[in-house]
Design a protein around this ligand. Structure first.
Ligand code: GSH
Length: 218
């Protein structure tokens, strides 16, 4: 049995701060004794259910600075609001869940490729072709690509995305990334945002050394 702290990360590919939180936590897995559990959800559904309509004020400029800080080459399109409002990442998030079920060893890389395509290449992650491209980049084998593309249409995967979204709501989420930390001593805390690693560190008795610490360990 693992004696690590368990961190659940609730995220949606549409959320740029989720991308930062995803990479930040996965990087810290080699720095802190943590297990990271990925929980793709539907941010639109969460906002609707909790009645949140957040303003996108200052986000575009701030994101460019944050991505530099983290060394994640995100691109914030000029038509940022339009880009996000017109996007649909529901099937992308279903694919992230399907990968956890069918190709767990590829699940992280599938999410990463979806985030990369949307937030680095600024390309949609909506059509079958878009999603197939991400699976190929994640080095999923050809039969796996076909199985996963079939699986995202199945009720069990649609339900799993709804279940994760409801679970996030039940633990207080109103935005993303939403992070639940269960420390090894039995304590539990939840956090909103990719910028909470210093206080998460405090909760699990670890020090935060900035966004690039993992690089100095190899
Ligand atoms: N300070 C947080 C901001 C996160 C954030 O603004 N997330 C957006 C989605 S990308 C959200 O859920 N906003 C809801 C709200 O602000 O109420 C961070 O750095 O991660």
């Amino acid at each position: 049995m693992s004696r690590n702290h368990t961190i659940k990360l609730y995220y949606d590919i549409i959320s740029p701060y989720s991308f930062i939180g995803f990479e930040a936590l996965l990087r810290y897995r080699v720095v802190w004794p943590i297990d990271v559990v990925l929980k793709p959800i539907c941010l639109g559904g969460l906002f609707r259910d909790v009645g949140n309509t957040p303003p996108a004020v200052y986000m575009a400029k701030e994101l460019q600075m944050i991505s530099r800080h983290f060394g994640i080459p995100m691109n914030v399109p000029k038509n940022f609001e339009d880009f996000v409002m017109k996007a649909n990442t529901v099937d992308a998030c279903r694919l992230a869940i399907a990968a956890q079920k069918l190709r767990p060893e590829k699940a992280e890389e599938v999410s990463r490729q979806l985030f990369d395509r949307f937030w680095i290449d600024n390309k949609p992650v909506k059509s079958e072709e878009d999603l197939r491209e991400c699976l190929k980049r994640a080095m999923v084998d050809a039969p796996g690509v076909e199985e996963l593309m079939g699986l995202i249409k199945k009720p069990e995967i649609k339900e799993a995305l709804k279940k994760n979204t409801k679970e996030a709501q039940d633990i207080g989420a109103f935005g993303l990334p939403w992070i639940e930390v269960n420390n090894a001593g039995g304590g539990r805390e939840t956090y909103f945002g990719s910028d909470r690693l210093p206080i998460i560190g405090e909760f699990i008795g670890q020090t935060y050394h900035g966004p690039l610490r993992h690089l100095s360990l190899f």
